[in-house]
Design a protein around this ligand. Structure first.
Ligand code: BES
Ligand code: MN
Ligand code: ZN
Length: 462
């Protein structure tokens, strides 16, 4: 139909080999015949029979990346009828999400901007499409897209601008705009709550710590889901100082907290019928005269003691208290997200997060949500013998595994000491939270990994 309206221009492009329709191919047309647009970008989707969720998302993201290098004011995607396997709602949601994903990115702080976010984004349904389904999908894409963009923006902000207090202020703004309940604990509150492990990490910095607690009530009754995020706004390693090469991207160490905040925003905007408590542990890890030392023994909130043998294993210290606090707020299931270990990147690479659990049934639910969102998780074992790695001579446990082996697991084993019997899944997102280089679907920097998994999990909870 489109082709007929355009005097068979599309057929001619195909016949002459100027366009093949293979995935990620883009063909620009200017002032196309029969269409009220200045520019038309044709996007290859590959064979219809092979069309899948990832392909549609990627195609839209590639196109958005190409288009946002120019200052285009209004951008609309003409949705494809992707065949019987993909419902109209899913197609709209995927194209919409890809469009959002591709148009975001670094380069915003250059005095000469390199990317331009369009003022208006739209989706146009194909003739005969279920209009209601397309609208639902578009709405979902917009909510998720804005949430993923928020997470990426927070991760990309420089640590001079984003530290525990300013992160907490952003969380307050989000809460106010969306109607979430928000409580921010400062140092005095944290001391009153006996969160001494978190305070010990924070003490090395002039920036005071914060714990942000957001509550979303989407229904009157039913269980509560707890989300906990690691929010180290900069990780220098502390006295166990990192090298410059290891430290250079460590503004990304608050990605877990950013993911939790962004997903809470999405829940409230989408009005998902679920109850969720979101907790963000915010500190800066720096060395100073007040910094914690190797050999220090910390008394965590739940009464357990931790011997500090490496101040660069700070994530598990702040999460110890944050997890114990969240359990005390009577949540029924837990998920934490943390850029916790380099060892997890060694194990799984940059694009896959590790998932570790005390409850296989719950972990399977989280993995199913990740699969539906198109985010990759892979389970690592948590057998009892791994706990021997964190045995201490002087305290209940030590904060490192003592060797290089199974570093992602020994970290998770420490966290397990603070969740009691609550079903819990720990996502080590050290790899996928941050992209070192641009690729065709997104710019370098924060990726927003985990936001869509959390939202998907909440949609199907309990
Ligand atoms: N934030 C880091 C982990 C990390 C590394 C995230 C690379 C993203 C990219 C974490 O606090 C850390 O320093 N972990 C140490 C633990 C070790 C000292 C036991 C690590 O992985 O080396
Ligand atoms: Mn560290
Ligand atoms: Zn860290």
């Amino acid at each position: 139909e489109l082709d007929a309206g355009m005097d068979r221009q599309l057929t001619r492009l195909l016949e002459r080999g100027d366009m093949t329709g293979k995935t990620k191919e883009t063909t620009p047309l200017y002032e196309p015949r029969g269409i009220a647009a200045q520019r038309l970008l044709l996007i290859g989707l590959g064979a219809r029979a092979k069309a899948d969720q990832g392909g549609l998302f990627t195609a839209a993201a590639v196109a958005a990346r190409e288009l946002t290098t120019k200052p285009i004011q209004r951008l609309a995607f003409l949705l494809p009828d992707a065949g019987p396997k993909l419902a109209a709602e899913t197609t709209a949601a995927l194209i919409g999400a890809g469009m959002w994903h591709g148009s975001e990115g670094a380069g915003l702080r250059k005095s000469k901007p390199e990317r331009f976010a369009p003022r208006e984004l739209g989706l146009i349904a194909w003739p005969g499409a279920n209009q209601g389904a397309v609208e639902r999908g578009a709405r979902r894409a917009e909510v998720e897209g804005r949430a993923v963009s928020l997470a990426r923006e927070l991760v990309n902000l420089p640590p001079c601008d984003l530290y525990p207090e300013t992160f907490a202020n952003r969380a307050r703004d989000v809460a106010q705009q969306t109607g979430l309940e928000c409580v921010v604990l400062d140092e005095r509150d944290l001391a009153a709550e006996r969160m001494n492990a978190l305070l010990a990490v924070a003490r090395g910095s002039d920036q005071p710590p914060r714990l942000v607690v957001l509550r979303y009530r989407g229904r009157q009754t039913g269980p509560t889901l707890g989300w906990v995020g690691k929010g180290v706004t900069f990780d220098s390693g502390g006295l166990s100082l990192k090298t410059t090469d290891q430290m250079v991207d460590m503004k990304c160490d608050m990605a877990g907290a950013a993911t939790v905040l962004a997903a809470m925003q999405a829940l409230a905007e989408e009005k998902v019928p679920v109850n969720v408590l979101g907790v963000m542990a915010l500190v800066e890890n720096l060395p100073s005269g007040k910094a914690m030392k190797l050999g220090d023994v910390l008394h965590a909130r739940n009464g357990k003691t931790i011997e500090v043998l490496n101040t660069d294993a700070e994530g598990r210290l702040i999460l110890a208290d944050a997890l114990a606090y969240t359990v005390d707020q009577k949540v029924d299931h837990l998920v934490d997200l943390a850029t916790l270990t380099g060892a997890c990147i060694v194990a799984l690479g940059m694009d896959v997060a590790g998932v570790m659990t005390n409850d296989e049934t719950w972990s399977a639910r989280v993995q199913a949500a990740a699969q539906a969102a198109g985010e990759k998780l892979w389970p690592l074992p948590m057998d009892a013998h791994y706990a021997e790695m964190i045995k201490s001579d002087v305290a209940d446990m030590k904060n490192t595994g003592g060797s290089r082996w199974a570093g992602a697991i020994s970290a998770a084993k420490m966290l397990e000491e603070f969740v009691g019997t609550t079903p819990w899944a720990h996502l080590d997102i050290a790899g996928p939270a941050w992209a070192e280089k641009d690729n065709v679907v997104r710019g370098a920097g924060g990726t927003g990994f985990g936001v869509r998994t959390l939202v998907e999990l909440a949609r199907h909870y309990p």
